[in-house]
Design a protein around this ligand. Structure first.
Ligand code: GLN
Ligand code: ZN
Length: 768
């Protein structure tokens, strides 16, 4: 029979229970035992959900209080001394690494956290020493959780991160020079010990994740797979569990030689057939003679119902070649990236609700698919029929298809992507029009989102104050912001974004083609969750979205007011995208909606307009090469389409929360934005060198101070930083601004920091 399996389940619980428990524990409002008990309750609940859904292979050790990679850091005792030396309780040591600790004379910042592949989840980076040793922790978590499930009557398949991925995803600690992959030999005995213990506890199979197989890997890393898996597969059967080697988020075709060298000896191989269905045939060719294929056909990264017909076709193809005993139907990746359950969405309109499937529903989907293939379609007739009906409804719905939008897209001309004139001509027009000093100062958009703002927004959402009252409140906030900027002596003002709850949601709520959920949270990092809006259909803008506030602000200020928009790629990336049209199409539709907004802002008297694209880089495909170039080409096009509708004298800004442009500088340059503001205060100023090397002609505002900390930078510090920047940028190219928006800051430190920033800019005006 074809078995069904889930690669991992979200940890937060139905109502973000884990977030609440963690945060209560950190605030000393919940005891350690209570937190541990809550973790146990959630694990049991999640196993039960999957069991009740009919899933055959249920994962364990997919739960983590903070992050699963951090779990492995502790599991292998790869804990830097600055955390281990305080003899903290294990749980507190764990959180200290995850989020830093400043308590009872212990003061250590967290380990570095970075994006998990191209998802919006962040993992804690293993941070390794030159003389690193590894030792399996006492009562290893994967064993403990396997036994916990077993006690509850559920036999699970523990999930662990494989040794090669663990090392490859890690880095040398500061002041250390070790190349992590060279530590493999030292690490393997710990895996052998762990696998042996799992087998002793009764685990017949273990899922071992090596997701880095979807990357282009350096040869040292590629070569590490063979020795690692020769050792680990040798244990299979007698001393150790059968290994299910899992890859996801990409294809593994370019790494087949690695697979051939040792990975065909694992009991099963899992591949992502949602993102890369075309790899199926080649993967089958490369399987070992008895190796089982775990076919990831239920999307772990999105919220759409699985197209059963298509999924069954894929699984059937595999079954025809391999037989039912050698195929498992699975989620494409862990369901970590999907919300908990659709049952919580009581406010969604019934038509669209029927198109979605969250983690709990996806668990049921794998079970239905396995049944359909094992016993024939008639065994799940009702489910298949309902699914086909839902697919049909979505494909033909007016919400999905808007002929007006299609017409508009077709009418786009090549010229619509280009500004009227090149930068030098535009700059002359802008100089005359805007009359800005040298070293112009500005901010990135938001000002402190005070408690009062949140209270009033809440009251407004609940209907406790009228729209007029709320509008008055927002206007007052804007006026206050302007008065403060005037007093500080900034050159280009912003309205402060008090009316915005979130930089994507705010636009999504006003665009046709989006829907919103009430509980569809997904973990971003630690206890932080995001609730991305969902793109369901063709996007259009029924009416202006930001003109009212920006116009009011511009009319009440003596200096240029900057309009503030979120760019098409960021709107796309920070939403759940559609899976029925290519992302480039969605980006183009978003771009057209934003283009109208940009033009309307200009008409309303806003002559500096910033279109933020902080998410541009994270959309970069995981592998370099043609896929990446294709993405950059449509991403750049959509930015240009959104901004190119204005006159020469209107200045287009864009903002990025990073400054590592090396791999795709040509794309940044191709945006043709008049001014770029970028994060830079925590990065090496040398990163700016690329701007001279590439003879970048336009203007740049590298952030002069870090906005993530309440610390106020001195005027001297800012001057020093600008001086450093001037090694790489020409004086007349440079803008002076903070790293990013100021919404998370308090007013007190904001004013102090900006005042120092303005003084520093004045100093350079004198000097040059
Ligand atoms: N304009 C936004 C702000 O200032 C930009 C936020 C961002 O880059 N993430 O808040
Ligand atoms: Zn930013």
């Amino acid at each position: 029979m074809v078995q069904s399996s889930v690669l991992g389940f979200p940890r937060m619980g139905r109502l973000r229970d884990l977030k609440k428990a963690n945060e209560a524990y950190w605030a000393d409002k919940l005891s350690r035992d209570e937190l541990l008990a809550e973790g146990k309750r959630l694990r049991l609940e999640h196993w039960k959900i999957q069991k009740d859904a009919g899933v055959d292979v249920i994962p364990s050790n997919d739960f983590a209080f903070y992050d699963h990679v951090l779990d492995h850091i502790q599991l292998f005792n790869a804990i830097p001394e600055r955390y281990s030396k305080h003899n903290l309780h294990k749980l507190d040591e764990y959180f200290a690494m995850g989020r830093g600790i400043q308590k009872d004379n212990v003061d250590v910042p967290s380990l570095e956290m970075v994006k998990w592949f191209d998802s919006n989840y962040h993992y804690v980076k293993p941070t390794l020493q030159d003389n690193q040793t590894f030792k399996l922790s006492e009562n290893p978590k994967p064993v403990a959780e396997f036994l916990e499930a077993k006690e509850a009557g559920i036999v699970t398949r523990p999930v662990i991160l494989g040794p090669v991925s663990f090392l490859h995803l890690g880095k040398a600690d500061r002041n250390q020079t070790v190349d992590p992959i060279t530590l493999l030999e030292k690490l393997l005995p710990v895996y052998e010990e762990l696998l042996t213990k799992l087998k002793e506890a009764g685990a017949e199979t273990v899922q071992i994740d090596e997701p880095i197989l979807v990357f282009d890997l350096p040869s040292k890393t590629r070569q590490a797979f063979k020795p690692a898996y020769e050792k680990l597969t040798a244990l299979q059967g007698a001393k150790g569990p059968q290994l299910v080697l899992a890859t996801y988020f990409g294809d593994i075709v370019h790494n087949f030689d690695v697979v051939d060298s040792a990975l065909t000896k694992t009991y099963a191989l899992h591949v992502d057939l949602v993102r890369h269905p075309e790899q199926l045939e080649k993967v089958i060719e490369h399987l070992g003679p008895k190796q089982i294929l775990s076919a990831g056909v239920v999307d772990g990264r999105n919220i759409w119902k699985t197209k059963f017909q298509r999924a069954i076709e894929i699984v059937e193809t595999a079954v025809q070649k391999l037989g039912k005993e050698r195929v498992i139907v699975a989620t494409s990746s862990s369901l970590l990236h999907t919300p908990h359950t659709l049952e919580s969405e009581q406010k969604l309109d019934a038509e669209v609700r029927d198109w979605f499937s969250f983690a709990k529903e996806k668990a049921a989907e794998v079970a239905v698919l396995a049944k359909a293939v094992t016993n024939g379609p008639d065994s799940v007739k009702a489910e298949l029929e309902a699914n086909a009906k839902s697919m049909q409804s979505r494909a033909t719905s007016k919400r999905t298809n808007n002929p007006e939008v299609k017409k508009r897209v077709e009418s786009v001309q090549k010229a619509d992507y280009e500004r009227k004139n090149p930068f030098t001509t535009r700059y002359e027009a802008q100089k005359k029009h805007l009359k800005l000093p040298e070293f112009p100062t500005t901010t990135i958009g938001s000002f402190p989102q005070t408690k009062d703002i949140r209270i009033q927004r809440n009251k407004f959402t609940k209907g406790e104050i009228t729209p007029q009252e709320y509008e008055k409140f927002i206007e007052k906030e804007i006026l206050d912001c302007i008065a403060i900027q005037e007093e500080l002596g900034l050159d280009v003002y912003v309205h402060g974004e008090p009316e915005r709850n979130d930089m994507v949601q705010y636009f999504g709520e006003q665009l046709d083609g989006y829907v919103f959920t009430t509980h569809a949270w997904v973990q971003s990092y630690g206890s932080r969750c995001v609730r991305p809006p969902i793109l369901v259909g063709d996007v259009s803008r029924p009416k202006p979205m930001t003109v009212k506030e920006s116009k009011f602000a511009a009319e009440n200020s003596k200096k240029p007011m900057k309009g503030m928009l979120t760019g098409p790629i960021t709107c796309l990336r920070w939403s759940f995208p559609r899976d029925d049209v290519h992302q480039s199409v969605q980006a183009q539709q978003l771009a057209l909606a934003l283009r109208d907004e940009v033009v309307d802002l200009e008409k309303a008297g806003i002559y500096v307009i910033q279109v933020d694209e902080p998410a541009l880089r994270e959309g970069l495909p995981l592998r370099a090469g043609s896929e990446r170039e294709k993405y950059l080409s449509w991403a750049v096009d959509s930015f240009k389409l959104s901004t190119a509708g204005v006159e020469d004298s209107t200045q287009i800004h864009s903002h990025f929360c990073y400054s590592e442009f090396q791999d795709f500088f040509h794309a940044i340059a191709a945006l043709d934005a008049d001014v770029l503001s970028i994060e830079n205060s925590k990065s090496d100023a040398k990163l700016l060198k690329v701007f001279i090397d590439e003879a970048y002609p336009r203007h740049i505002g590298p952030g002069v101070y870090d906005i993530h900390s309440p610390r106020v930078p001195s005027e001297q510090e800012i001057k020093d930083r600008i001086e450093e920047m001037l090694q790489y940028l020409k004086p007349d190219q440079l803008w002076v601004n903070p790293d990013c928006g100021l919404k998370t800051r308090q007013w007190k430190e904001t004013k102090a920091a900006l005042s120092n920033m303005v003084s520093a800019a004045q100093y350079f005006r004198q000097k040059y």
